[in-house]
Design a protein around this ligand. Sequence first.
Ligand code: GTP
Ligand code: SPV
Ligand code: MN
Length: 562
Amino acid sequence: MGRSLLEEMVELAKETMADNVKICDGSAKEFEELTQKMLADRALIALNPKTYPGCFLHRSAPHDVARTEKVTFICTRKKDDAGPTNNWMDPKEAGEKMTSLFRGSMRGRTMYVVPFSMGPVNSRFSRLGIEITDSPYVVLNMHYLVRIIPATRLSSEEPKDIMYGLHSLGDLSPEKRFIMHFPETNTVASIGSGYGGNALLGKKCFALRLASYIGRDEGWLAEHMMVLGLEDISGRITYIAGAFPSACGKTNLSMLASELPGYKVWTVSDDLCWLHVGADGRLWAINPESGFFAVAPGTGPATNPNMLAAVKRNTIFTNIALTPANEPWWEGIGTEAPEGLVDWQGRPWDKSGPAAHPNARFTAPFHQCPSASPEADKPNGVPISAIIFGGRRADTVPLLFEAFDWQHGMFLGLSIASETTAATTGEIGVLRRDPFAMLPFTGYNMADSVRHRLEVGAKLSRPPKVFHLNLFAQDDEGKYLWPGFKENIRLLKYIAERVHGEVSAKETPIGLVPNGYGIQIDEAQWEKEAVLLDTHLESLGNRLPEEMWEELAELRKRFGWY
Ligand code: GTP
Ligand code: SPV
Ligand code: MN
């Protein structure tokens, strides 16, 4: 190839034929100018300045309300490097497709150039990125979600080390929507969507898909994990990371308001983390983001008071309902829907469906959260003592159990499954495997990612303990067996006590189970589960490490099936 892909992308940016170019600096003035413009264009609605100062509502296009995985591609030269779980397209073909789609796409619009850093200031683990976009909504969100830096700082970095993203709303038509990743050249091109992970490229595109690829080469991990610190009565803080599929409880757990006397949860991250092996043989986590882009429905005073407090000011609300007092409303906010409510599409709410879109979200700066950990800005991050893999399963998988060791823990991570949620388009409630909660976010072959996780584990002299959590088991009437939310503090306390060797656990065929929680293991269900796991492992192809098949065989042996 003559020109580098990066050069081609710069060329592509020119071909969008934007009317103006604005280099963004992340300043308050810039934020003010953008909001004024968007208010004038009716792309934003100002919320009640007395009760929600600095807050705005944005309504996205009705068919553009979640990530669209079907049109998300990993474009590596070899198809096998993207692996069986990713959509793949040849980089040349994808480049040509995007060139034709981007040509003239920004005509009549301003092109915003947003240079930013992901990760704490002065951290050697941080990475620089640049997103070029024609969406002022994206720029506003980036003000809160990443650390915007002066464009001149980019020149101190090797160009190949900068994550480069080009984004255009295009005409928002789903047929012309593509989110193309070129991990071999550290670039992303996204067109046709203004929503969340499709458009805020710092989030899933850079911090997970590109970063997971970089991490594989450099020996670290980019994960779809929340990170929290559990402080106990003695003041000891135990850091716990947790990977749960989209809309399965990471944000809620990461900012849990403890009612257990003497215990407090500190939020380090609600969605993403980068994990590095420390010189001390522990795994250290940083949060590449500096804000939240979190699910609104279900967030209320009883479930997540910290999040609710965080979104009282300086927050962008997307696809929530609006009260006559110009205040946000959504299902689960803790108040009755008032008369005169306007739904997420701006129509009088007729009660035929939810008033807020199930994937309505808010974007808020990290430090507005009352539980924000002061350690979240530490350049080296925080040391992780436990990793939780969480699924969303109605049956089979009990509330909580612990892996025997790191390798078994990776088998548990590989086995995560979730009944699908509103975070991605498609049918809801269908069981799908979501290895490490990274199915839609791994920028390379999933089977290779298992090998990489085993290799990272081998470098840890003090590996985290690994747990599997299922908050969503149901009884025959479909009622959740575990109350969840604030009660989850008991699970965190147990996990911390296991880490410090202060409580015992019971050995069972599936793992180590806490005593005193009445946990039952239904052998018949697990027999079916093992068969499903055969299919799952098979589907990952012959690059899957043999160790995972051994783990499945061991599971069967422990049950005594052969
Ligand atoms: P993404 O931002 O999409 O990655 O999601 P997330 O994992 O951060 O999910 P979040 O914490 O926003 O939770 C999403 C959904 O799970 C909401 O509908 C919550 O009400 C529900 N949820 C969270 N915690 C619990 C829990 O402990 N029990 C039950 N039953 N539901 C929960
Ligand atoms: C998710 O879907 O896991 C999210 C929201 O956190 S998005 O930014 O759209 O990916
Ligand atoms: Mn997420």
